[in-house]
Design a protein around this ligand. Structure first.
Ligand SMILES: *[C@@H]1O[C@H](CO)[C@@H](O)[C@H](O)[C@H]1NC(C)=O
Ligand SMILES: *[C@@H]1O[C@H](CO)[C@@H](O)[C@H](O)[C@H]1NC(C)=O
Ligand SMILES: *[C@@H]1O[C@H](CO)[C@@H](O)[C@H](O)[C@H]1NC(C)=O
Ligand SMILES: *[C@@H]1O[C@H](CO)[C@@H](O)[C@H](O)[C@H]1NC(C)=O
Length: 560
């Protein structure tokens, strides 16, 4: 249907048909669908928020915590009320009166400085079930620190709380994931072939070795940092590093499954940075829930060493898709229309995968990326192989190393950052340090389909929901609705940095048995996820999706 939106602009007769919702039957549909190859719109939200958005997390009050590093000198935004940070450990500026973190308010498109005291560079994080953002590790004096950021109401100026020595090991380039028991796991990091938990209990107050991280560690360039971690529906963790994956029972520290290497053997993790998603989880009430992982892009073997010598190898243009609970899982390879390294993969409310940001040559690392990929690509997981990718309209701003992207409640994607330099460099460089924020609006937000967008009437945003319960959702949509074209989805707000979105997860709850509840008002009843392995406790964005791919604005639901 993405293509259908495009045709709205190009064809007035079809436009009217779309509004009558009989488009699927009309012959003009197919013809125009073939012609359209682009979609989506870009908007510049802020030309500068004062910092480069290296890390981003959406909170359940629709504010976004953004942070960079502390160790490059002054940023372009001052700390609040003349505050300064005195840090004898800092490498560039020991008295620093600038901020390295901001809070961005989506509703008002405004931002304010936050105070991080220790270095958060290349760190990891996850929301906790109560909505508190937990950030872990970083560099230098920040590498053992845990920092908490609790969402606060507007007007109250909440800020970071730091817990020194919150971690047992140094964590730099680690990956976190929220767990069914409400704690989070912190896996790996540079020269850390192990994992630990936060918060810790008597049983988990230790470090657990993970040989897989030794086995996948390229002795020269690593290629297994920021591993791609997903909570499987069986409660085990799928961990992909370098060019292969395991299924880990983290409680017993046992590898329960080894997956084959990607057929081409090329690395996909930092600094050969590709990206990955757990594809939308469907049929949650079925006897065996299918879970599939899609890994895309990255840099070929040897690309990092080549980049160090000034030779920027072309990025990978392939994706591998694997059904992780099959008895004999195998990678199925697909070819992307655009090669991409340092791209981000985001799950959209309608279950499509957005690939955005990054470059078409080189690798991650200071000055090692070339040829920005300005056009996002949408991947539709349930189309037939060969017809899943669709190139979108380009941005004008390169988003190279240290850029980021997250899904917002209204269905837009917030894009920021890019700083491939050790310091902030605005002139005399190929890809200047980028302090701007943009939004990419997928074609489901086109004004031409505004009349097709559903609106959730109830439950109210911030509602509590339980496990395995029937949830009645009322929504309105103008025009006639075909019942079998409604789905209800639930997205976990993920933490994004270095091309990976930690905790990213989309649950398709169903949406059959749509009833007419009034004038342009409908209701559907869905079952909430039955277990915390399917959906760990916490805040989720719930969407109603009509006509296959047009989502409502999300509402926040608190699953407990
Ligand atoms: C950031 O500040 C520096 C120094 O004041 C200035 O040269 C530069 O133009 C600023 N950059 C942006 C994007 O505001
Ligand atoms: C793709 O997803 C849509 C929307 O959920 C669904 O109606 C359709 O049956 C799916 N197609 C396949 C081939 O799974
Ligand atoms: C960035 O700026 C710093 C300080 O102005 C300078 O020393 C450095 O060479 C610049 N980096 C690049 C890649 O030009
Ligand atoms: C439905 O609402 C529209 C506009 O709000 C109104 O014109 C119409 O009469 C209503 N129809 C019914 C059956 O109530």
């Amino acid at each position: 249907m993405t293509r259908t939106h495009l045709m709205i602009h190009s064809s007035p007769p079809c436009h009217r048909l779309v509004l009558l919702l009989v488009l699927l039957l009309h012959p003009c549909h197919r013809k125009l669908a073939e012609a359209a190859t682009t979609g989506g719109q870009w908007a510049l939200l802020q030309s500068s928020i004062g910092i480069a958005s290296m890390h981003m997390q959406l909170l359940n009050n629709d504010k976004v915590v953004i942070y960079d590093r502390t160790d490059f000198g002054p940023s372009n935004i001052s700390l609040a009320s003349g505050k300064c940070r005195y840090d004898p450990q800092e490498q560039v500026l020991k008295v620093d009166c600038t901020a390295h973190s901001v809070e961005y308010d989506v509703a008002t498109n405004s931002f304010r400085p936050l105070t991080v005291l220790t270095d958060v560079w290349c760190s990891s994080g996850s929301l906790m079930p109560d909505g508190t953002f937990v950030q872990t590790g970083g560099f230098n004096d920040g590498d053992h620190v845990v920092r908490l950021y609790k969402p606060c109401s507007s007007g109250s100026n909440c800020d970071w709380q730091e817990i020194n020595n919150g971690l047992i090991q140094r964590r730099w380039y680690a990956t976190n994931h929220i767990l069914p028991d409400s704690s989070q796991i912190i896996i790996g990091g540079r020269r850390q072939f192990n994992y630990e938990f936060y918060p810790k209990t008597a049983a988990t107050n230790q470090v657990f070795n993970l040989r897989f991280l030794v086995q996948t560690n390229d002795p020269v360039v690593e290629n297994n940092l920021y591993p791609f971690v997903f909570l499987n529906v069986d409660g085990n963790l799928f961990i992909f590093a370098n060019n292969r994956a395991i299924l880990l029972n983290y409680k017993k520290n046992i590898v329960v499954k080894n997956y084959p290497q990607l057929p081409d053997g090329n690395p996909r993790c930092y600094p050969s940075t590709g990206s990955a998603v757990l594809l939308p989880l469907r049929n949650l009430q079925g006897p065996a829930i299918q879970a599939e992982v899609l890994v895309c892009g990255g840099a070929p073997k040897g690309a990092y060493a080549s980049a160090q010598k000034g030779d920027f190898m072309g990025a990978l243009n392939t994706c591998g898709r694997i059904s992780i609970n099959d008895p004999n899982p195998q990678w199925v390879m697909e070819t992307m229309p655009l090669a991409r390294v340092m791209g981000d993969m985001l799950l959209l409310p309608n279950g499509h995968v957005l690939m955005i940001n990054g470059a078409s040559a080189g690798t991650a690392g200071w000055e090692y990326g070339r040829n920005p990929v300005l056009s996002p690509v949408i991947y539709q997981p349930n189309k037939t192989i060969g017809s899943r990718f669709e190139v979108q309209n380009p941005s004008t701003i390169p988003r190279m190393y240290h850029s980021s992207a997250i899904l917002l409640r209204d269905g837009r994607v917030l894009v920021g950052g890019s700083n491939p330099h050790m310091l902030y460099n605005f002139t005399g460089v190929l890809y200047p340090t980028e302090l701007s924020l943009e939004a990419f609006s997928p074609s489901y937000l086109d004004p031409g389909v505004a009349g097709l967008r559903p609106r959730i009437i109830s439950p109210a945003s911030q509602s509590q929901i339980g496990y395995g319960q029937q949830l009645v959702i009322r929504f309105s949509v103008s025009g006639q609705l075909k019942g079998n074209l409604v789905t209800v989805t639930m997205a976990a707000p993920s933490f994004n940095t270095h091309s990976f979105s930690m905790n990213q997860r989309l649950l398709v709850l169903g949406g059959d048995n749509v009833k007419i509840a009034g004038n342009s008002t409908y209701q559907t009843a869905v079952l909430t996820p039955s277990t915390s392995s399917l959906a760990p406790p916490g805040f989720y964005l719930l969407f109603v999706v009509v006509h296959q791919d047009i989502p409502s604005q999300g509402i926040w639901v608190h699953l407990q």
